[in-house]
Write a protein that binds this ligand. Structure first.
Ligand code: ADP
Ligand code: MG
Length: 316
């Protein structure tokens, strides 16, 4: 069988920053990650985990301290020009010249890549991203959402086989999020390899075939989305009960293993449990015996819960 080639190959890559106080920050700690050609991969991690650092290294914006990185089989140190020709990056921070129009910005980018007029597809891109009618409007007059879409268009001017998006939907409203999702899904269906970083588990779940989780500069999990979610099976339960007068009453609750209290107030408890290991009837029984329950609701676990579980393995 032919081995699937890597769209992105990151091997033993480390990045150290030194801050103003001359302290060293280990932003990436010996990271290895392979993104196969044609894949749709999610890179998830809490703030400060190293996601943007990793992506900025791919884009040549940040220099790695050590390790090896190749894009579409082109080593970024040996063949930087062809490596960067193979990748389009939508950075987390939007930066653009306010006095450029989308049309001018894309034309300039196409020029920098040395694209002939006949090779350009800027108008199609603007159209697909809902910016056709803003083509000649100054960037300063575009909304945040439009600027974000323009950054996506800019990343695709040279038709790279790999598209990387760094938290494209952070702080973006639901409609635009959905629109971006659809666009990216279509790019993927047409053969583009996608690497997406996000804060939203729900987003990664809906879009990505595989998910890599990064925490404190280390890849702590890399698995098929379905297997990862199964492994991470965790449920949240919010129990409303009649007010308790004694402080720390929750500490006296003897809960089953694989269950953890997340938060308490005088009349509520939020807990997390692993449904594959905890019998819900038993859990409810304990709660009922100890609390005068008013209401129970369930909730999807937050990404933070998932990270806690992976990094501390508390519920496993
Ligand atoms: P993420 O994108 O996952 O939120 P980053 O890659 O931005 O994480 O940051 C990883 C770590 O590196 C953090 O501790 C951050 O403070 C640090 N860091 C990022 N950029 C710089 C920089 N230019 N100089 C010094 N430290 C940095
Ligand atoms: Mg970031």
């Amino acid at each position: 069988m032919r081995k699937v080639k890597a769209a992105i190959a990151i091997e033993n890559t480390t990045k150290r920053y030194s801050n103003k106080a001359q302290e060293t920050i280990l932003a990436l700690d010996n990271v290895s990650l392979h993104v196969p050609q044609g894949a749709f991969i999610g890179l998830l991690g809490p703030n400060g985990a190293g996601k943007s650092t990793l992506i900025n290294i791919l884009g040549g914006i940040s220099l790695k301290t050590s390790g090896r990185v190749a894009i579409w089989d082109r080593d970024i140190d040996i063949d930087p020009r062809n490596a960067s020709a193979a990748i389009g990056i939508v950075p987390q921070e939007i930066y653009m010249d306010n006095y450029f129009t989308p049309h001018a910005m894309l034309e300039l980018t196409a020029g920098l890549y040395g694209l002939k007029k006949s090779e350009r597809w800027n108008d199609t891109l603007l159209e697909q991203l809902g910016l056709a009618d803003k083509k000649h409007v100054y960037a300063r007059a575009l909304s945040g959402g439009m600027k974000r879409r323009l950054m996506v268009a800019k990343a695709l001017v040279h038709r790279p086989p790999v598209l990387v998006l760094d938290e494209p939907t952070a702080g973006v409203d639901l409609i635009l999020r959905k629109h971006l999702w659809e666009f990216v899904k279509e790019m993927h269906a047409n053969g583009t390899t996608i690497l997406l970083t996000t804060h939203y588990l729900e987003e990664a779940e809906a879009l990505c075939e595989k998910i890599a989780i990064i925490d404190q500069g280390k890849i702590v999990a890399y698995d098929k989305t379905s297997s990862l979610l199964k492994r991470l099976a965790t449920k949240s339960l919010i129990v409303l009960h009649r007010k308790k007068t004694e402080k720390n009453y929750s500490q006296n609750l003897i809960l089953p293993k694989h269950t953890r209290i997340v938060a308490t107030t005088k009349n509520s408890i939020e807990l997390c449990y692993n449904p594959q290991k905890v019998a819900i009837a038993q859990l409810l029984d304990i709660l009922q015996k100890n609390l005068d329950i008013v209401d129970i609701t369930t909730k999807e676990p937050s990404l933070e819960e998932v990270f806690l579980q992976i990094t501390q393995k508390e519920l496993n």
